[in-house]
Design a protein around this ligand. Sequence first.
Ligand code: FE
Ligand code: FE
Ligand code: ZN
Length: 277
Amino acid sequence: MLTIGCHLSVSKGFASMGKTALGIDANTFAFFTRNPRGGKAKAIDSADVAELRQIMEDNAFGTLVAHAPYTLNPCSDKPHAREFALNCMLDDLVRMESVPGNFYNFHPGSHVGQGAEVGIGLIVSLLNQVLSLKQSTTVLLETMAGKGTEVGRSFEELAAIIDGVELSGHLGVCLDTCHVHDAGYDVVNDLDGVLEEFDRIVGLDYLKAVHLNDSKNPLGSRKDRHERIGEGSLGLETFERIVNHPALRGLPFILETPNELPGYAQEIALLRSLERA
Ligand code: FE
Ligand code: FE
Ligand code: ZN
């Protein structure tokens, strides 16, 4: 059975997300650890978290994929912005331990003209400060479209970050299908080739989760505009190959398509129908 879900709002708490997931036939989900623009996080309510953990256990949920605020920029040229990213991630990782063993995904950031090498160095330095030996959470670097000065567009950049991190066993990669396509990786015509390249450069062991998004733009456009599944440049056949690919099929799949809940429920049903035995 596919492990699949979508982004859910944390505004009504953790258990509420679990119940919403059940209502749309999801067995994982993603959520922003705080306001996506990076405000203060709500205090953790332990009864609420315990209820979610029970729902997950009773319904054989897969690993959750939390998402850091997307405004967080670990490789900004501004020290206060880097410090904000550091403090935000430190706080998020403490909070993540209330739901142990899940994933925390973040955008490596934008080097804003400092160059990719400087950017990679700053990201490595942040990760070396936030990762700790005893954490149960795996931190995921998201593959980026390469919009502007985004770091993490190429598998080489992701590998360079992982190489620099001491506790790289606590790291993984979340492959965003819209982003890799917009970055120039041809998942439509050569999914096998893209995943072989990923394996050669990063290593498939690091691949921990997939963001399932179609794209509004052509291959290599570096745009990052998500489209509903089957309605963009990737097309439904590509998603049939993705959810059945031996390197991907066991991973949590998270939809980040332009939808409300009923649309997500339909996409989950559609993708489940594409799964081959
Ligand atoms: Fe993201
Ligand atoms: Fe994504
Ligand atoms: Zn995106």
